[in-house]
Design a binder for this molecule. Structure first.
Ligand code: O7E
Length: 215
């Protein structure tokens, strides 16, 4: 059964914390990206830690190795348990993120292919496959692959073996739990939970949907 990960892209700190607290019993981790971190500061990790859930920093780190390591160190020191980086900057840049994750006993995930329509423009033609293979060689914990294209996730699974695949794009972007749950280790859902009239009920229903799947 894949984890259910809430993408908490809410820019009001009070609202974000209320949604996190209400959804916590139904989810396995919280992903924080630029929208919330820029609005509330990195210290939001300390506030969200009260939920007891792992916190994934989705800063899609994409720089030279030294800068990547400095960014990741700050993220882990703030209390996050995982970092997401881009793979297209090359193996050395990914390795720097992995090294920081190891130093801080955290995890590192590499974006292999993105879920939006434009994600097909530059990640196609074998690039995503190469990024996925590099993520494995670099020692990353897994990759990010699109729930909007289960066929592509199945292909990328062949490159990462038992490494984890976390998959965004379920709900608002058109992906479904039914078509992706058996292929991945984590399903990332944002707007379909935090914009729902009752976010906790929405989280509960996504949790139940992925429970019906075998993996
Ligand atoms: O569409 P939503 O509202 O369910 O949100 C999806 C979240 O996943 C959102 O935070 C977005 O930034 C992120 N995401 C994608 O939607 N597509 C991708 O290809 C990659 C990500 C992402 O999270 O990358 C790192 C995991």
């Amino acid at each position: 059964m894949p984890d259910l990960i809430l993408a908490l892209d809410v820019t009001e700190k009070k609202k974000a914390l209320a949604i996190a607290e209400a959804c916590a019993p139904h989810i396995d981790a919280i992903k924080v990206g630029y929208p919330l971190a820029l609005a509330a500061g990195l210290s939001i990790a300390g506030d969200l830690k009260k939920t007891g859930l792992p916190l994934i920093a989705d800063f899609k780190v994409a720089d030279i190795p030294n800068t990547n390591q400095l960014i990741c160190d700050q993220v882990f020191l703030a209390g996050f348990s995982a970092i997401i980086c881009q793979g297209f900057c090359g193996m050395d840049s990914v390795k720097a993120c992995v090294a920081s994750a190891r130093t801080h006993h955290g995890e590192c995930y590499v974006v292999a292919e993105m879920s939006h329509p434009g994600g097909k423009e530059f990640f196609s033609g074998g690039i995503a496959e190469q990024i996925a293979a590099n993520a494995v060689i670099a020692g990353a914990d897994g990759i990010i692959a699109p729930a909007t294209r289960p066929d592509r996730v199945a292909v990328l699974r062949g490159f990462v073996g038992d490494k984890k695949i976390l998959s965004p794009g379920v709900g608002t972007q058109g992906g479904s739990v039914d078509s992706i749950a058996e292929l991945v280790d984590g399903i990332i859902v944002g707007r379909s939970i935090y914009d729902a009239p009752d976010p906790a009920a929405a989280a509960q229903s996504y949790a139940a949907a992925r429970r019906r799947q075998k993996r």
